[in-house]
Design a protein around this ligand. Structure first.
Ligand SMILES: Cc1cc2nc3c(=O)[nH]c(=O)nc-3n(C[C@H](O)[C@H](O)[C@H](O)COP(=O)(O)O)c2cc1C
Length: 176
């Protein structure tokens, strides 16, 4: 299977990255091909709702940026992983920007993929809003949620060491 990982954290060695690394380790051990994008370090313009993509065949976005690369990989993917630090109860802007740009490429990326959701957060509760947001766009795109991991009470990567979240992420990757 081809697995596309979209990670939004601006911390290259942060909490989210540690979980993502572990997920990928499991996925690779299970024999899958993994393509990873760290969206915080890419050139991706936010959707400006100009509707140009809707007026044509749904693929002609006015921005020619790194979203083209991501879209091409999603169009041939079997599994997509969304990883984000929780920002104000939601998906971080660096990842949400990518999701909003699906507006122009929905037909191309709606392929019944399996999806996973990984979050890192300081709080020990209040995951309802972010999980509901993820499940809603997964449903809209006719994808299939295969698992959610909310790493709670993890403000910094070292906090993960007191938990089994890294192991859980590894097992998720292995389970694809
Ligand atoms: C702008 C901002 C907003 C945040 N909002 C929340 C929040 O709503 N809930 C929460 O539990 N943690 C919140 N946090 C904490 C981060 O989610 C947490 O520290 C996470 O581990 C950071 O992951 P990273 O190392 O991958 O950046 C916030 C952090 C930042 C910088």
């Amino acid at each position: 299977m081809k697995v596309v990982v979209l990670s939004g954290s601006p911390h290259k060695n942060g909490t989210t990255a540690k979980l993502v690394d572990s997920f990928i380790k499991g996925a690779k051990e299970a024999g899958h091909e993994v393509v990873r994008f760290d969206t915080a370090f890419m050139n991706i313009h936010p959707c400006i709702a100009c509707n140009k993509c809707q007026e044509t065949d749904g693929s002609a976005c006015v921005f020619d940026d790194d979203m083209v690369k991501i879209g091409d990989e999603l169009a041939t993917s079997d599994c997509i992983v969304y990883a984000t630090p929780v920002y104000y109860y939601g998906i971080c802007a660096q990842l949400k920007t990518v999701i909003d740009r699906y507006y122009g490429i929905e037909q191309k990326i709606r392929r019944g993929q399996k999806t996973f959701f990984i979050t890192a957060m300081s709080d020990d509760k209040k995951t309802e809003a972010i999980n509901a947001s993820y499940l809603a766009f997964v449903d809209w795109l006719e994808w299939n949620d295969a698992g959610i991991l909310n790493a709670m009470e993890c403000s910094v990567p070292e906090d993960l060491d007191k938990t089994d979240y890294v192991e859980q992420a590894y097992k998720m990757g292995l389970s694809i």
